[in-house]
Design a protein around this ligand. Structure first.
Ligand code: NDP
Ligand code: 8X3
Length: 251
């Protein structure tokens, strides 16, 4: 396709799977993340396959650094065609009245304000060119709260509202906005949520075949490749034995 696709949080899970799938699709990639070494290794892997690729190291919460990195892109890399707002995380599963203030700040700053930072920095150039696609990684968690999900669910409900709002704001342009809402995907997500308690994380995926990052990346590439007049506005992607955020049948 030879578009320029920028993916946030490309060092792991869904973001990494998107990097590999968009690369297979023939797109040029700008991979962003916090872990420079991981980014470097992924770039080496994809460069060896002939992919044109750049890496930018920044935290999506750091608006100034993100702006500086984007401003410094070489001229022929500045017209980003697809923005995949993927960087995000859940921290904790405590009742709302026992939640950790710091975890709340991190989730809100990353999942909401980080996504907004990237949107605000990249979409104006899309509007100027009357062309582009924003793919936000929301979640089934944004459809309805589940036990202990409180703040994380709220951030993903915000991703839905921000996707819907942006879609309205660019409706007079050729820009498309997609909100992908995965259910259980086995990545580092639960290890992060449980602060490195790997046994507790593994239990999340016990007795069910969870989705993989590739399953979500396939839908992202499908949405990006849809004909120009087709806007895949929202997709809920669940494992077969998951019905919603709360109903998971384990065998
Ligand atoms: P992973 O933990 O495997 O990947 C998360 C990625 O986001 C990592 O690359 C991580 O980088 C990056 N990231 C986190 N915080 C920041 C930050 N402040 N700045 C830049 N990058 C950051 O989890 P997933 O792949 O599962 O998560 C990706 C997205 O998918 C998230 O938005 C998540 O909410 C969403 N999602 C996940 C589901 C699941 O079940 N796994 C289901 C529904 C949605 P680092 O390694 O530096 O932390
Ligand atoms: C990640 C999916 O159900 O663990 O957003 O919140 S869930």
């Amino acid at each position: 396709m030879n578009r320029i696709v920028l993916i946030t949080g490309a060092t792991s899970g869904i973001g990494l799977a998107c990097a590999r799938k968009f690369a297979e699709n023939g797109d040029k990639l700008i991979l962003t993340g916090r872990n420079e070494q991981r980014l470097f290794a992924i770039c080496q892997e994809l460069k060896a396959k002939g992919v044109e690729i750049l890496a930018l190291t920044f935290d999506v919460r750091d608006r100034d650094k993100a702006k500086q990195c984007l401003d410094e892109l070489p001229k022929d890399w500045q017209n980003i065609d697809v923005l995949v707002n993927n960087a995000g995380l859940a921290l904790g599963l405590e009742p709302e009245y026992e939640g950790n203030f710091e975890d709340w700040e991190t989730m809100i700053d990353t999942n909401i304000k980080g996504l907004l930072n990237m949107t605000r920095l990249i979409v104006p150039n899309m509007v100027k060119r009357n062309s582009g696609h924003i793919i936000n990684i929301g979640s089934v968690a944004g459809d309805a709260a589940y036990a202990g999900g409180n703040v994380y669910c709220a951030t993903k409900a915000a991703v839905k509202a921000l996707s819907d709002g942006l879609r309205i704001d660019v409706a007079d342009t050729s820009i498309r906005v997609t909100n992908l809402k995965p259910g259980l995907v086995e990545t580092n997500f639960s290890k992060t949520r449980f602060h490195g308690d790997n046994d507790r994380a593994a239990n999340v995926y016990k007795g069910i075949t969870p989705l993989t990052g590739d399953d979500i990346a396939d839908v992202a590439v499908y949405a990006a490749n849809a004909p120009a007049h087709v806007q895949i506005a929202e997709v809920l992607i669940l494992a077969t034995h998951q019905a919603n955020g709360s109903v998971i049948v384990r065998k």
